[in-house]
Design a protein. Structure first.
Length: 125
């Protein structure tokens, strides 16, 4: 029981790190590229903290799809940002993600350094 509480606390702490991220602080040059109505894919979105900021800029006619292979992050983001209707967060590995829709922009912050195959990931994007 004590071990489960420790694991849960560590998970909440790592989720908090992602929740503290924002477009303004962590991706400030991206705002000048974003336009209302865009469809954006955020690869390795974590909890979707930056994705939700992107969704606010692209507006109701735009859409942001965030993907991450860590289920706990996606579940946390779905709960935190459930009121943002143009944001979809999906638990999936990039290499298993095969969307039918096309995106105007694909973004990915702090992802490539964690991959053993960054070239393949870029080609997939």
């Amino acid at each position: 029981m004590k071990e489960n509480k420790h694991i849960q606390r560590e998970s909440q702490q790592s989720t908090k790190i992602f929740d503290d991220r924002s477009l303004t602080n962590d991706y400030r040059n991206l705002s000048s590229i974003l336009k209302p109505g865009m469809k954006v894919l955020d690869v390795g979105c974590g909890t979707g903290a930056i994705s939700k900021d992107i969704a606010n800029i692209v507006g109701e006619n735009g859409k942001v799809t965030g993907i991450d292979n860590t289920e706990g992050f996606i579940l946390s983001g779905k709960e935190s940002y459930q009121n943002i209707t143009n944001l979809e967060l999906i638990h999936v590995d990039l290499f298993d993600f095969n969307p039918e829709e096309k995106f105007d922009l694909i973004v990915s912050a702090r992802v490539l350094q964690w991959l053993s195959n960054p070239k393949e990931a870029l080609l997939k994007m």
